[in-house]
Design a binder for this molecule. Structure first.
Ligand code: SF4
Length: 350
């Protein structure tokens, strides 16, 4: 009979843990490369979205040395659609730092890991605990929710974070911190979900104050959010002999290093409006209008066949715009009128 919540959770985890491609099975040693890669991919992204990317990355680049030797453009294209593109740039910088400065061996302490590009407090703690068995306090969004409910914390997020960390620290066992961290994540992802938690199946129910109060969904209490600002922009689809003009964005800033449609007119011509796409980024929402034209001369630039534009590795916003551009082109070539004023909503986060 478990004597405390952590023990009950670990007993549940042994039986009910999620089978994930980056997880070591019982008796296996976790591969730090796979743990690191999965943790970076999972930042701000769901397990379901990450799985196919993880499989593709580990088949193509099975080790940190292989990833360190990847071409920047290849890696950015392989990452396309996963969002938050600064992570991809940091991924490559981190792989190269591990390959060149650490002889392709990841540091095994939180302190050492935090010195690497793109590894913050959470990721360092997760890798140290899961890959190296170190006692580390791992707090992600799932853990915040579970702890807030277990203790019925009335203080709203994000102000309650220091208290959540203290409470997680107090609950983390000295041995098996990696399993404990993954068990908390699994509990938050599968049972203690944001909406309608399955308290009837929960291994820590008897310690849970929110359950005792009968109001688990009241927690975590959240501070009111400031309204997200709205911006507008214009993208240009220029076609020459079946090809479309693309640009490589500068390395720094939004969608840095990614292929995209130009955001300034590449030539002077009669541009035709072909609708707009709505997109929601973390800190603002965007309405991007698409202007289209065909040209008989070919300016310098990166040209990609329009018919295979879906495979160009464009980030989601520009992939949506390109789909609209392709529809415009097909209608234009068929001699049809193009209106395309209906907005398309793409609410995925980049
Ligand atoms: Fe979450 Fe319910 Fe379990 Fe409490 S009892 S931790 S609210 S699932």
């Amino acid at each position: 009979m478990p004597v405390d919540a952590a023990e009950a959770l670990l007993c549940w985890y042994v039986v009910d843990k999620r089978r994930l491609p980056w997880r070591a099975e019982a008796g296996e040693i976790a591969d730090p490369y796979r743990v690191w890669l999965s943790e970076v991919m999972l930042q701000q992204t769901t397990v379901a979205a990450v799985k196919p990317y993880f499989e593709r990355f580990t088949s193509r680049w099975p080790t940190v040395e292989a990833l360190a030797a990847a071409e920047d453009g290849d890696l950015m294209s392989a990452w396309a659609g996963l969002g938050y593109y600064a992570r991809a740039r940091n991924l490559l910088a981190c792989a190269r730092a591990v390959a060149t400065e650490h002889k392709s061996v990841f540091p095994d302490t939180e302190e050492g890991l935090r010195k690497l590009p793109g590894i913050g407090a959470y990721t360092a703690a997760a890798i140290a605990a899961i890959a190296f068995g170190k006692r580390a306090v791992v707090v992600d969004g799932n853990v915040e929710r579970v702890i807030s409910r277990l203790h019925a914390l009335e203080e709203p997020l994000p102000a309650s974070r220091p208290r959540i960390r203290e409470l997680t620290d107090a609950m983390t066992p000295d041995q098996g911190a990696g399993d404990f961290a993954q068990a908390m994540m699994d509990l938050g992802a599968t049972i203690c979900t944001p909406r309608r938690p399955a308290c009837g199946l929960c291994p820590v129910r008897r310690w849970c104050k929110a359950f005792a109060e009968g109001a688990p969904e009241h927690y975590p209490v959240k501070a009111p959010r400031a309204a997200r600002p709205h911006r507008t922009g214009v993208a240009y689809w220029l076609e020459y002999d079946g090809d479309v003009l693309l640009v490589r964005r500068t390395a720094k800033g939004l969608l840095g290093g990614m292929l995209a449609l130009p955001e300034a007119p590449p030539i002077e011509t009669a541009w035709e409006k072909a609708g707009a796409v709505e997109h929601v980024f973390t800190h603002f929402s965007l309405t991007m209008t698409l202007m289209c034209a065909r040209t008989g001369t070919r300016p310098e630039g990166i040209w990609h066949p329009a018919s295979s534009i879906a495979e160009a590795g464009l980030p989601t916003l520009f992939a949506k715009l390109a789909a609209r551009g392709l529809a415009w082109l097909e209608k234009d070539m068929a001699g049809g009128a193009v209106t395309g004023e209906k907005d398309e909503t793409c609410a995925s986060l980049l």
